[in-house]
Design a protein around this ligand. Structure first.
Ligand code: PRP
Length: 229
């Protein structure tokens, strides 16, 4: 069992996307998808674990018939190839051949995970395939990938909440926040900062945030080295 003090090495910083902003954007995406897929019965595939909260909220706002399924994958390899291939840990239950498929994920970072998943699903002869991600972090992209539906674009900071974790913590936050290394300078440091403010700060922010995969890996290495993991 993890101890309460294990979180001391990181703390929550700014709230980048509020609960209200997420709710509004998820509703908009659901309406757009409902219009685009009118007359069809698409399958929404949630990439676990990060995509489960987004999927749950999205499908409850759809106005078209649909099905859902889940898949868990793990990237593997080493060095440059680290994320270029995926291993399926839990496969789909549904046969997707000939179906309209929409992959639902929390964040697109390097793009390797979704690129590999997209290729795998295409090999199963789906009728059509689109990706819907709550967050997109284009500055970290290593492979070209077409993300058809994007909730928010985020700057290159480590983000948690609404499905996104740090060592399995923070997934259930109702908002997206920045995770800061080290201890908080003062307690209750979480500040409500609207995405609009961040846009001014970072220039081209259009909506979302996402975490940096490398940062996460480095943070976990650090935790292991200090004997906390
Ligand atoms: C995260 C996220 C995406 C992927 C994005 O999953 O949910 O699936 O990484 O990274 P990429 O674009 O660089 O490939 P993670 O492996 O952290 O697992 P989780 O969803 O269980 O948290």
């Amino acid at each position: 069992m993890r101890s309460e003090t294990e979180g001391d090495s990181v703390h929550l910083g700014r709230v980048l996307i509020t609960r209200d902003e997420i709710e509004t954007r998820v509703r908009e995406l659901a309406q757009e998808i409902s219009t685009d897929y009118a007359g069809t019965v698409p399958i929404f595939i949630s990439l676990l674990k990060g995509g489960f909260i987004f999927l749950a909220d999205l499908v409850r706002n759809l106005s078209i018939p649909h099905e859902i399924d889940f898949i868990t994958v793990r990237s593997y390899g080493s060095g440059i190839e680290r994320s270029e291939r995926i291993e399926i840990l839990n496969d789909l239950n549904r046969n997707v051949t000939g179906r309209d498929v929409i992959i639902i994920d929390d964040i697109v970072d390097t793009g390797h995970t979704l690129c590999a998943l997209e290729q795998m699903l295409m090999e199963r002869n789906v009728r059509s395939l689109r990706i819907c991600a709550l967050l997109d972090k284009p500055s970290c992209r290593e492979v070209a990938i077409d993300v058809h539906y994007v909730g928010f674009r985020v700057p290159d900071v480590f983000v948690v909440g609404y499905g996104l974790d740090f060592m399995e913590r923070y997934r259930s936050l109702a908002y997206i926040a920045e995770l800061i290394p080290g201890s908080p300078k003062e307690s209750g440091e979480v500040r409500e900062t609207r995405a609009m403010d961040d846009e001014k700060e970072h220039g081209e922010l259009q909506g979302p945030h996402h975490r940096e995969k490398g940062t996460n890996a480095r943070a976990q290495e650090k935790e292991k080295e200090s004997g906390k993991a």
